[in-house]
Design a protein. Structure first.
Length: 293
């Protein structure tokens, strides 16, 4: 009777099955693109906004599906258009009325979510859209991988270009508006990147799970390190590790892959919350060790 082989346990599924390799590449692309966006959302205190916008893309994806079937292009374009409409509508209302951006975004998010559910129910084929709601990371094809990789690449490039104004807007948006005309560009450019990465994420993890790979690794990184470059590195590493462990759990334990990946990221956050320097117990432990030294 042969013993347990950890190398075969970890590497075997990816060596043997192409769909596992595709899923792992998709997780890597999402970690490189979506997770840095999630970190900026976290630093801007807009984490719940990401969740709202992930639901806001549903009516566009549903319209694309109902019009063209399971067409990657139609569902992607529909989701992007729906997300951008919600973002700019909320921004316009916030700048033209007494409502703040969070209130206007919540209103448009609820409206778009209700519209999406109504659109889906019109044809009575809700089950066909389960992969939109809960993801289909194990069935990514070449076109989906290229789309996710393209959005991730564009996100990295644009984040590099907007890095300084985004950092300033995270910590002192009033100062940025006073010294630079790039404030609206950085603000709305960042929101468009959020929409693009949520649309990218729903092809792999679904609209209900896409925001998880953005926010949970970012929250874990925030608890471990203090500088922004370090947070970016740690967040991407946690996101990719969560994808790897989640895929292995899905394969060996016959679990749904998308929820397994996000649940793994959630476990990483809970562990970080407990033992990291910025966590609940870790803060006391590290402070005590420092004083004893």
């Amino acid at each position: 009777m042969s013993g347990f082989d950890p190398v075969a346990f970890v590497v075997g599924p990816f060596m043997e099955f192409e769909f596992m390799r595709r899923a792992l590449v998709g997780c890597l692309a999402l970690a490189l693109g979506a997770t840095p966006i999630g970190l900026f959302l976290l630093l801007r205190r807009m984490s719940l906004m990401g969740d709202a916008m992930s639901h806001a893309i549903l009516p566009g994806a549903a319209l694309g599906y109902l019009a063209f079937g399971l067409s990657l292009g139609a569902m992607t374009v529909g989701g992007i258009v729906a997300g951008i409409v919600v973002v700019f509508s909320a921004g316009l209302v916030a700048r033209s009325s007494i409502l703040k951006e969070d209130a206007s975004l919540a209103a448009f998010y609820l409206l778009s979510l209700a519209a999406g559910v109504l659109i889906v129910s019109l044809r009575g084929r809700n089950l066909d859209l389960l992969h939109v709601l809960f993801g289909s990371v194990l069935s990514l094809d070449d076109a989906s991988l290229l789309l996710i990789a393209a959005i991730s690449t564009g996100t990295v490039v644009l984040l590099a270009m907007l890095y300084r104004p985004l950092v300033l807007e995270c910590y002192d948006p009033t100062f940025l508006r006073g010294v630079s005309r790039l404030s609206p560009v950085a603000h709305f450019g960042f929101l468009i990147l959020v929409v693009l990465n949520l649309v990218s994420g729903f092809h792999a993890l679904g609209t209900l799970m896409a925001v998880g790979i953005m926010i949970l690794p970012a929250a874990s990184a925030r608890l471990w390190v203090r500088t922004l470059p370090s947070m970016l590195v740690v967040a991407v590493a946690v996101a990719f590790a969560s994808g790897l462990v989640g895929l292995l759990a899905s394969f060996h334990a016959d679990l749904p892959a998308g929820p397994a990946i996000v649940f793994t990221a959630g476990l990483a956050y809970l562990v970080s919350l407990a033992v990291s320097p910025g966590g609940l117990l870790g803060a006391r432990l590290y402070r005590r060790a420092h004083l004893e030294f």
